[in-house]
Design a protein around this ligand. Structure first.
Ligand code: G4P
Length: 535
C-alpha cells in the first residue's frame, strides 16, 4: 500500500454527534466547523424550523414543514486531520436513517445537557453505538447554565448507559458560578468569563497552573477548595484513561464545556482527535477488511434517498468508503448484482451545497446516483474484488399503523410504491401472521416517517392512503425462525406478524407484556433488532 494512500486514510476521522434535541448538537457542530474554517459564521449549519432551509431542500415535505428529513456530511480540515462529521437528524425528524448513519461512523460524540443528564433519545442512539463497540466521547454541555453535580452526571452515564467514564477535564462551578475547567492531564485551569461579542455569547479564557496562588483569587476560596477535594477524589476513584478501553467503547472520555460560548470546544476537539481512531476495519464474508492494509477501493451503502430531484425520479445512495481510494473515472463492481459500471456524479453532500468530486478516501462519505439496483447494506468494490460487507441491521420500529389504500383500483401502483419505499428503507412493512398481504402494517422509528410515506405515495405513485394507528410500541424478532407461534403461552396480548422475508415477529404494547411472555415461555429468545443478512 502506498505511503500517500496510507497517509490520506490515516488522517481521516469520521464520527457522528448524537444527542437529545436541544442538548446543543447543532451549536457544537457549528463551533467545530468554525475551528476548521469550514464556515464563517455561526448559524450556517442547520436551518431551524421556519428559517431558511440550509441543509437541503430536496423533498417537498421538507420545504412545507421546514425540517430536515435527510442528513448530510460535513467535512473540514483541522491540524492536518480531515474530519467528517455525520449529521444525524434529530427532533421530530428522527427516523431509522438516524440509526443507519451511525453504521457509517468510526466513533460517536454524545452531547449531554448538563442540567438534564441522559435523556431518552441519547439512550436509543447510544445503544446502537454500543452494539458496534465504537468509541464514545461525552461532551457535557451548557456548563454556563445551572447544571447538575458532575459526579451525579457521571454516575448517571455509567448506570443508565452502562459505560464507564473518565473525565478528561473537570468543571469549576456551574451557571453564574461557572469559573472554568481543570485539565487533569496538564493540571492547568482555563478560567471562564462570560462576554458578549457583537451580541453573541462568548467567553474570555485565561490559563492558570492549578498551584498558582492567583487561581484561588480568580475562582474564590470556596470553589478552589472544592476543586482540590474533587481532584483528589477523582484521582483515586475515577477510572484511569485507557486507550484500549476507549477504542472498544468500554470507557467514555468526558469533557465539560459550553458550546454556545465556545468554551472547552477546542480542548475537546484536540483531545478527541488524539484519542479517536482513523477509519476502522470492517467485517466482510472474507474476514476483516482493514483500510490500513487493503489498498483496493471498497465501500457500502448505508442510506438511500429517493427523488431528490423529482423531475428525474433519481435516487441518491450514501456510500461510506471503507478501504482504498475512490476514483470517479474508474469502474466499480456492485457485488450484489454482479455488475460493473462507473458511478455517475459522485458528490460530497455538504451542509448547504453538493460538490461533484473526482476522488475520495476510506473514511469519507459520498453520495452517488443509484441506477435503481442498490439496497441498503450493499457493497461496492474495485473490479476483481468480490467480498461483501456484513449487512446493516434492521432497527426496531416503535410506531405501527395499518396501511389502508383508499382507491383500490390503483392496487398495482400501491404495491409498487409500498415495496419500493420499503426496499429503500423509508419504512418497514409487515403482514399479519394469518391474514397475509391483505393487511399491511407499517412500522417506523420516528412518526415523521408516516408523513413521508403518505406524502410520497400520493406524490410519486398517485395513491391515496389512510394510516390507522395500532396500539403497539415494541417489536421483537423471534430468534428461532422455525418456532410455531401458536404454541406460545400468554400470546393473546401481542400481535403476530411477519416481515417481508417471512421472519416471525411479535408486536407488544409495553415492556411489561414482553416480560410476561418471556416468563411464561421458557427458552423463548426475542431480539431487539434483526441483523442484516450476512453472506
Ligand atoms: P440541538 O442541535 O441539540 O437540538 O441543540 P442546539 O444546538 O440547537 O441548541 C439548543 C439551544 O441551546 C439553543 O438555544 C442554543 O443556543 C442553546 N445552547 C447550546 N449550547 C449552549 C451552551 O453551552 N450554553 C447555553 N447557555 N445555551 C446553549 P435556542 O434559544 O433554542 O436557539 P437559538 O435561538 O439560540 O438558536
Amino acid at each position: 500500500m502506498s505511503d500517500d494512500l496510507k497517509k490520506e486514510i490515516g488522517r481521516r476521522r469520521t464520527f457522528a454527534i448524537i444527542s437529545h434535541p436541544d442538548a446543543g448538537k447543532t451549536t457544537l457542530t457549528e463551533k467545530l466547523l468554525l475551528y476548521g474554517g469550514a464556515i464563517n459564521t455561526a448559524g450556517s449549519v442547520k436551518g431551524k424550523a421556519n428559517s431558511k432551509y440550509a441543509v437541503s431542500d430536496w423533498m417537498g415535505i421538507e420545504k412545507e414543514r421546514g425540517i430536515s428529513v435527510t442528513s448530510s456530511v460535513l467535512q473540514f480540515e483541522y491540524d492536518d486531520y480531515c474530519i467528517n462529521i455525520l449529521d444525524t437528524p434529530g427532533h421530530q425528524d428522527f427516523s431509522e436513517d438516524t440509526y443507519r448513519t451511525l453504521m457509517a461512523a468510526d466513533s460517536a460524540v454524545m452531547v449531554i445537557d448538563g442540567s438534564k443528564g441522559v435523556e431518552a433519545q441519547t439512550i436509543k442512539l447510544f445503544k446502537v453505538c454500543v452494539m458496534r463497540h465504537i468509541p464514545i466521547f461525552t461532551f457535557i454541555n451548557k456548563m454556563d447554565l445551572e447544571a447538575r453535580d458532575p459526579f451525579e452526571l457521571m454516575d448517571e452515564i455509567e448506570n443508565v448507559l452502562g459505560i464507564r467514564t473518565c473525565p478528561i477535564n473537570w468543571p469549576i462551578g456551574a451557571g453564574k458560578r461557572f469559573k472554568g475547567v481543570y485539565d487533569r492531564e496538564t493540571k492547568q485551569v482555563s478560567s471562564f468569563h462570560a462576554v458578549s461579542v457583537g451580541g453573541a455569547k462568548g467567553a474570555a479564557e485565561s490559563d492558570f497552573d492549578v498551584n498558582d496562588p492567583a487561581l484561588k483569587e480568580e475562582v474564590g476560596e470556596e470553589l478552589y477548595n472544592q476543586l482540590m477535594d474533587e481532584i483528589e477524589l477523582l484521582d483515586c476513584a475515577a477510572d484511569e484513561f485507557d486507550q484500549s478501553r476507549v477504542d472498544h467503547g468500554e470507557l467514555s472520555p468526558v469533557f465539560f464545556g459550553s458550546a454556545l460560548t465556545t468554551f472547552g470546544v477546542q480542548t475537546f476537539l484536540e483531545h478527541f482527535l488524539k484519542y479517536t481512531q482513523s477509519p476502522l476495519p470492517k467485517l466482510s464474508n472474507e474476514g476483516m477488511i482493514d483500510p490500513m492494509q487493503e489498498e483496493a477501493f471498497s465501500g457500502f451503502i448505508f442510506k438511500i434517498q429517493a427523488n431528490m430531484n423529482k423531475a428525474h425520479h433519481d435516487r441518491i445512495a450514501f456510500m461510506r468508503i471503507s478501504s482504498g481510494k475512490f476514483d470517479a473515472s474508474k469502474d466499480v463492481y456492485h457485488v450484489q448484482s454482479g455488475r460493473k459500471f462507473k458511478l455517475s456524479q459522485p458528490q460530497q453532500i455538504m451542509a448547504q451545497d453538493r460538490k461533484i468530486i473526482e476522488e475520495a478516501y476510506a473514511g469519507d462519505v459520498i453520495g452517488v446516483f443509484d441506477p435503481g439496483i442498490f439496497s441498503i447494506g450493499d457493497t461496492l468494490c474495485a473490479p476483481g474484488k468480490k467480498f461483501q460487507y456484513e449487512g446493516i441491521p434492521t432497527f426496531a420500529p416503535e410506531h405501527f399503523s395499518r396501511l389502508v389504500q383508499i382507491d383500490s383500483m390503483k392496487r398495482k401502483q400501491f404495491t409498487k410504491g409500498v415495496t419500493q419505499l420499503a426496499q429503500e428503507g423509508a419504512i418497514q412493512i409487515f403482514q399479519d401472521y394469518s391474514l397475509g398481504l391483505s393487511e399491511i402494517i407499517v412500522g417506523v422509528v420516528g412518526v415523521l416517517q408516516f408523513d413521508v410515506l403518505k406524502y410520497r405515495l400520493e406524490n410519486e405513485y398517485g395513491c391515496d392512503i389512510r394510516l390507522e394507528p395500532l396500539p403497539y410500541n415494541y417489536i421483537r424478532w423471534v430468534h428461532d425462525k422455525t418456532l410455531d407461534l401458536s404454541k406460545l403461552k400468554r400470546i393473546s396480548d401481542c400481535k403476530k406478524v411477519k416481515d417481508m422475508n417471512g421472519n416471525p415477529l411479535l408486536l407488544f404494547a409495553n415492556e411489561w407484556s414482553i416480560r410476561l411472555l418471556l416468563e411464561h415461555n421458557e427458552g423463548l429468545e426475542l431480539d431487539e433488532f434483526s441483523r442484516g443478512e450476512t453472506v
